[in-house]
Every structure is written in structure tokens, then in C-alpha cells.
Design a protein around this ligand. Structure first.
Ligand code: FES
Length: 140
């Protein structure tokens, strides 16, 4: 089943220039991770070395080596959001998340002037305070 799905993903992009990134995006979306077996299969299918595929996978933080079924809140902790107080919200966010929600640190969501900023389910949220952050986490 998984091998069939992987073959379908590869076939959908195989003839594209720069096929690796769209394939990795689809693999991450379909399986929740890009594991070592997948890296090996992609290298063989695209006539790349495992090191080349691994280099791309490890460069982008959105590709996970192991699937984590928990919902994710991406919290920006880059300089502008730090200047706007995100560090004071981290402990509160982690407390609200517990083990149920994964808090992932990211570095800039493009909302620097209206931070602190976070992303859930592809949607960005700005001007966060402790209450708004807890509400976001609870809604996941
Ligand atoms: S620094 Fe946080 S959105 Fe840019």
C-alpha cells in the first residue's frame, strides 16, 4: 500500500525538472515523514545518491524523519518576535500544549511587524499574547 502510494507520487512528478522537492512535499503530506527507506527509494528512482536526497531532506525542517501524529503549532522565535515578547510566551505555550500538541520553533513567518506570530494548519496568527496562544493550542 505504502509502496504503491510512493510509486504514484514519484510517477506524478518524475518527468518534471527539479522533481525532488515536489515529491518530498507529497511524501511528507501522505506519510507524515520522509524516512530512510523513502530516501533510499527516491534516490534510486531519481538516479540521485542517497547523500543528495538526504541533504535536501535534512536541510528543510518541514521534512520529518519520523511521523508525529500530534497537531503542530509553529511558534516564531526569530529576532523580531523576540523583540515583541515571544520568549515570555514559550513556557505558557508549552504548558498549554502538554503532550497533546507539538510546539515547533520556526524562524520567521513573515509577520515581523505584528508578532509574536505563530502558524497552525497553514494559517498564520499575529499579535499573540498568552491567552490567544492558549486558545489556538486548545483549538488544535
Ligand atoms: S520574526 Fe517572527 S514573523 Fe518574522
Amino acid at each position: 500500500m505504502r509502496d504503491d502510494r510512493l510509486a504514484d507520487i514519484i510517477a506524478a512528478h518524475h518527468n518534471r525538472e527539479g522533481a525532488l522537492l515536489p515529491i518530498l512535499n507529497d511524501v511528507q503530506a501522505a506519510f507524515g515523514c520522509v524516512d530512510e527507506d523513502t530516501v533510499r527509494a527516491l534516490a534510486a528512482a531519481l538516479n540521485l545518491s542517497r547523500a543528495e536526497v538526504h541533504g535536501v531532506v535534512s536541510f528543510y525542517h518541514d521534512y520529518k524523519a519520523k511521523a508525529d501524529p500530534r497537531p503542530v503549532l509553529k511558534l516564531c522565535r526569530a529576532e523580531a518576535c523576540q523583540a515583541r515578547g515571544v520568549e515570555a510566551l514559550v513556557a505558557e505555550a508549552e504548558r498549554a500544549a502538554g503532550e497533546r500538541v507539538h510546539i515547533e520553533t520556526v524562524y520567521c513567518l513573515g509577520l515581523c511587524a505584528i508578532g509574536p506570530a505563530a502558524m497552525t494548519n497553514g494559517q498564520v496568527h499575529a499579535r499573540l499574547d498568552g491567552d490567544r496562544l492558549a486558545t489556538l493550542i486548545e483549538a488544535l
